[in-house]
Design a protein around this ligand. Structure first.
Ligand code: T1G
Length: 710
């Protein structure tokens, strides 16, 4: 047996255990070890039944995703699990799969090839392959409908969400839930079934018969709506549908063809990039993995407004008692009412139990004073975005907070070092930049100041995980990663409107590109007054003679802030339904004429290139400056904070897929047309393009950690 798979015996039951930490992926050697274990047990006369179980925290979490790249590049041929699964299924002795943790993808496919499945109550099973731009490739689309029925199989394969143990038993995927010791329960179950004819999943066709074809059409419509632009969900539906029309073997062939097509797609490459990018963000080169985080047992939040309220919810959702302070009773009541409403909505949708809601609310202490702040392990500030106010608040809390208490600012672009300069603990000051709505958006930008300690960074990353957020380290540059890049993106969106594109054109072009929302619609949602105030605060930093957008400031000066005032770039009715604004269109024409801007037809292609390449170029600038650790970190920021389509992998991954030479050439064209102040190619982009390299390759080169202010 290999060290990845071991075989022991409990009486006349052989126990095959997979030991491939951290998640028992089907890495090279694992399928072979299972095959050898099954063959040995089958041949052993003393064995009457077999149990397969995962060592450590989980059953098999799927194929080894790291191996896919080698198949796509042709470095190695695509192996198939099918022969192993048939050997398991054809085994003359019953094979019982004992599931704990997560049986995902190839893991569930191995389990379904077994004759029986027993499961721990808190385990999950799923076919999440579509989240990687592929479909199940080891007969999952053929065996799952035979066990769980067609509708369930379509749901699980097309949308990739896992199901819990109780649902797995109820739907027929698992035969029994085992409370307590899973292995003991599985061995006992094996004894019950030993010597009896073992059911082969591939022969269980009863749930396929009479499948309603409307299931597939409904799922396709839902996929086009909720997985807009993605090809894999539709491919998965085709594969499950094949199970209802073809024999098992023909269905497996059909699945294999569809799988291979998906695996070699740009979308799959992008989604696999996103998978590993999200797992890389927490690794900070100069902060050792064993850096002890500061224990966060109590928290305090200053401000119960839109952001403060959401941040308060993040702490109590993570099980941390939290004080929230406001300046007036009215503001405090308003903030708490929104928090209660948010939880009540989750209860109504069945996403949260009433008991959990009550528990979370009970952990919140709303108040008007700093009482108890001296007990907090972290104080999060979420007051109005104004440097003078932030410094006043930080000077105050620095005096009250206990030694070792972390002070975290939710500023979205102000200088963390300047804020820290009014405290006696700059090493404990950090930016925790949440995204609105803070209790929903997964992204947390962790902003490193010059003095921020490694322990505070390690604590911030651990806290992000506790809050089910994705923490990304950013250097202390104005706007950090996300908002700094958003500037040029929104600038170009406004420039093309001045040059002749309609507001609707710009929104549609980026929406069709895959963005969750067009840039101007996003401005109207966030409120045009927010950017207007920031631009006023930094007017002194604008380079004289450099073109600036004309319309947004004028709209804001006229009191048109977007959705909240019913008019911005577009018009909004009382239900926030959007429609074109003839007044805004006229204003754009007037301002462009006054500025002598020649109006022309602008293609959707140019609109996308201007906006997305501006994003990429600024990303390359801040990557070169060390404000971001990796290009993939930038991708994680945009995928989790700005509605960038996951199936494009993020702006930097997208640029790699286009080719940096092509991106650079187009940027140079824009530079020639619109000037070097707006379109100077980032030195790093030029360097990589000229070397024929990619941002992904740049990420693999060793480098120092994210710097402070450049
Ligand atoms: N392959 C390779 N590495 C994996 C992996 C996998 N399947 N799953 C996780 N890892 C690594 C991950 O990169 C990280 O590494 C570490 O394990 C811990 O992961 C034939 C073709 C199981 C729910 O899509 O959803 O099967 O950063 O931080 O939060 O039809 O990992 O420490 O170096 O995510 O506790 C289908 C993917 C594959 C499941 C655990 N399976 N994994 O979450 O830990 S396709 C999946 C997950 C397939 C078949 C097809 C999660 C998890 P590092 P983690 P976690």
């Amino acid at each position: 047996m290999s060290d990845l798979v071991s075989c022991t015996h409990q009486g006349d039951v052989a126990v095959i255990t997979i030991n491939n930490p951290p998640v028992n992926a089907l890495s090279p050697g694992v399928p072979e070890g299972i095959r050898d274990g099954i063959a040995a047990a089958a041949a052993d006369p003393a064995v009457r039944a077999i149990v397969v179980i995962g060592g450590g925290r989980t059953f098999i979490a799927g194929a080894d995703i790291r191996e896919f790249g080698k198949v796509v590049s042709g470095e190695k041929p695509r192996g198939s699990l099918l022969p192993l699964l048939l050997e398991i299924e054809n085994c003359a002795k019953p094979v019982v799969m004992a599931i704990h943790g997560t049986a995902f993808g190839g893991g569930l496919e191995v389990a379904m090839a077994g004759h029986y499945r027993v499961i721990a109550p808190n385990a999950q099973v799923g076919q999440p392959e579509v989240k990687l731009g592929i479909i199940p490739g080891a007969a999952g689309t053929q065996r799952l409908p035979r066990l769980a029925g067609v509708a369930k199989a379509v749901e699980m394969c097309a949308f990739g969400e896992p199901i819990r143990a109780a649902d797995a038993v109820a739907s027929g995927i698992a035969d029994r839930a085992i409370e307590g010791d899973l292995l003991a329960g599985a061995v006992a179950f094996a004894h019950e079934v030993a010597g009896k004819p073992a059911p082969k999943t591939r022969e269980r066709n009863e749930k396929l018969a009479g499948a309603d074809p409307a299931i597939f059409d409904r799922a396709r419509q839902q996929a086009k709506k909720t997985r807009r632009g993605q090809t894999a969900p539709l491919a998965a539906i085709d594969a499950v549908e094949a199970a209802t029309k073809l024999s098992f073997d023909e269905g497996c062939e059909r699945e294999a063809g569809i799988f291979t097509g998906c695996l070699h797609s740009t979308q799959s490459r992008a989604l696999i990039h996103a998978f590993f990018a999200e797992r890389a963000v927490s690794k900070i080169p100069d902060v050792p993995a064993d850096t002890a985080p500061i224990e966060i047992g109590r928290a305090a939040v200053i401000g119960a407004g839109t952001m403060g309220g959401g941040i308060t919810m993040n702490y109590t959702n993570a099980g941390i008692p939290v004080i929230v302070k406001e300046t007036t009773q009215e503001a405090l009541d308003r903030g708490m009412a929104i928090i209660r409403k948010n939880y009540a909505n989750s209860v109504k949708k069945g996403k949260l139990s009433q008991a959990a809601m009550d528990e979370r609310l009970a952990r919140i202490t709303p108040q008007l004073t700093y009482d108890g702040f001296d007990q907090a392990d972290i104080i999060a500030e979420a007051v109005f975005e104004n440097m003078a106010l932030k410094k006043t608040v930080f000077a105050e809390i620095d005096k009250i907070a206990k030694p070792g208490c972390i002070l975290a600012s939710n500023t979205s672009y102000l200088d963390i070092d300047e804020i820290a300069s009014v405290t006696g603990r700059p090493e404990l000051v950090v930016g925790h930049h949440y995204f609105s709505p803070a209790n929903v958006m997964r992204l947390l930008e962790i902003v490193r100041g010059k003095a921020t300690s490694k322990a505070v960074l390690a604590t911030s990353m651990a806290l992000a995980k506790r809050m089910s957020k994705v923490g990304v380290l950013a250097g202390n540059s104005r706007g950090f990663i996300g908002n700094r890049m958003l500037g040029p993106y929104l600038r170009e969106a406004q420039f093309v409107v001045e040059e002749g594109a309609s507001v609707e054109d710009v929104n549609a072009a980026l929406y069709d590109f895959g963005m969750a929302m067009g840039p101007l619609a996003m401005g109207d949602l966030a409120g045009l007054d927010v950017g207007w105030r920031a631009r006023k605060e930094f007017k002194h930093l604008e380079k004289p003679g450099v073109r600036q957008p004309l319309v947004a400031d004028r709209l804001a000066e006229m009191g048109h802030f977007g959705q909240k005032t019913g008019r911005g770039w577009s018009l909004y009715d009382e239900n926030r339904n959007q429609s074109p604004s003839p007044e805004t269109a006229a204003l754009i024409e007037q301002l462009a004429r006054e500025a002598g801007i020649e109006r022309r037809a602008v293609t959707h292609e140019e609109i996308v290139e201007r906006c997305i390449y501006a994003l990429v170029n600024e990303g390359a600038h801040l990557l070169g400056e060390g404000v971001a650790l990796r290009a993939s970190d930038i991708d994680v920021v945009y995928l989790n904070g700005y509605g960038f389509p996951a199936w494009r992998g993020g702006p930097m991954c997208y640029a790699d897929s286009v080719g940096l030479k092509t991106v650079l050439a187009r940027i140079e064209e824009f530079q020639a047309k619109h000037g070097p102040d707006l379109w100077a190619p980032a030195p790093l982009l030029r360097q990589l393009a000229e070397r024929g390299q990619t941002f992904t390759e740049f990420d693999t080169e060793p480098r120092a950690s994210a710097s402070g202010r450049p």
